[in-house]
Ligand binder design. Structure first.
Ligand code: NAP
Length: 286
């Protein structure tokens, strides 16, 4: 069996087209377009690339994307003050923090400070809590991208065995809740999981986001599984994911590639969330 390789760039282009259409409708209705601010601290290479790609997508869809940039040695209170000002600014309709931030700054405090209605990444505890009880108005972008890919492929989730290899706050934890909300049977694995294969081989849908190249080998998957590779790793041979693509594609039913997989859909999902935060702001005041 050779897996269907999911054309995630096509999915992202379709989503971005829909976002552009929506921006144009909103512009004619409200005579303004979404303006989004990203807080960036330091000069992380991967963050810079991600921001560049997201800014390009924003530009194509008519969303205004600006940054507030700080040096690595900025204090947490200065960043918190800036978030407070952006929360109060009626001309700003969405706020993002570009992670990673320096270790001396509490990510948790920054995320708590963002006004939940302007929280583009759906990582403020209010939005995460809402997701937990099934109100998915603003959900984190990478889990949203995974759900979108599954939905484009018309994948049944109810009653299926889904294994997630990641338990971070931005990927594995929210994704597990979103899949439970859809009645999947969800197993979450991580670095302390004893015998990963035991679980991964049972997965109808296997989602891996570890950043460990070739962690998911052919022996670790079930024949015909849908394998979604969220991992992004830069190696001396170029960018790859967690999945040993060339061998796994011979056993899987469907597979997402890296690069050109979950990444572009995550960016497109972030733009969709910008529309939501814009609506939250503008429809509250009109
Ligand atoms: N495609 C996209 O749009 C996108 C978006 C976000 C992130 N990513 C990529 O996804 C990966 C994860 O990102 P993240 O921010 O969630 O990173 P993270 O916080 O470092 O999480 C990595 C997760 O993988 C687990 N893990 C690491 N090694 C493992 C192993 N050998 N076996 C089983 N589990 C293992 C970790 O477990 P412990 O916590 O127990 O160590 C943790 O849960 C990275 O490669 C990142 O670049 C991609």
């Amino acid at each position: 069996m050779t897996a269907k390789i999911i054309d995630c760039r096509k999915i992202a282009a379709d989503l971005n087209q829909k976002t552009a259409n929506e921006v144009s409708i909103l512009k004619s209705k409200y005579v303004t377009v979404p303006k989004i601010m990203t807080i960036k601290i330091g000069n992380d290479t991967a963050s810079n690339l991600y921001l560049k790609l997201r800014d390009e997508a924003c530009k194509k869809t008519g969303i205004i994307s600006k940054h507030v940039e700080f040096e690595n040695n900025v204090s947490g209170s200065e960043v918190l003050d800036t978030i407070g000002q952006l929360n109060d600014d009626r001309n700003v309709h969405g706020i993002l923090i570009q992670f990673p931030v320096p270790k001396n700054i509490s990510s948790e405090k920054l995320l708590l400070k963002i006004d939940p209605k302007k929280d583009v990444e759906g990582l403020n505890p209010i939005n995460l809590g809402k997701t937990m009880i099934g109100n998915e108005s603003l959900i984190p972008c990478t889990p949203k991208a995974v759900l979108t890919i599954l939905s484009y492929e018309k994948t049944q989730l109810q009653g299926r065995n889904v294994v997630i290899v990641n338990h971070s706050n931005i990927v594995g934890k929210p994704l597990s809740i979103l899949l439970l909300n859809r009645n999947a049977t969800v197993t979450v694995c991580h670095v302390f999981t004893d015998n990963l294969s035991k679980y991964s081989k049972e997965a109808d849908i296997l989602i891996s986001a570890t950043g460990v190249p070739k962690l998911i080998s052919q022996e670790k998957i079930k024949k015909g599984a849908f394998v979604i590779d969220v991992g992004i790793v830069k190696t001396k041979d170029g960018v790859c994911g967690d999945v040993d693509f060339s061998s796994v594609k011979e056993k899987a039913g469907k597979i997402t590639p890296v690069p050109g997989g979950v990444g572009p859909v995550t960016i497109a999902s972030s733009l969709q969330n910008m529309i939501t935060t814009f609506r939250n702001c503008i429809e509250e005041t009109t």
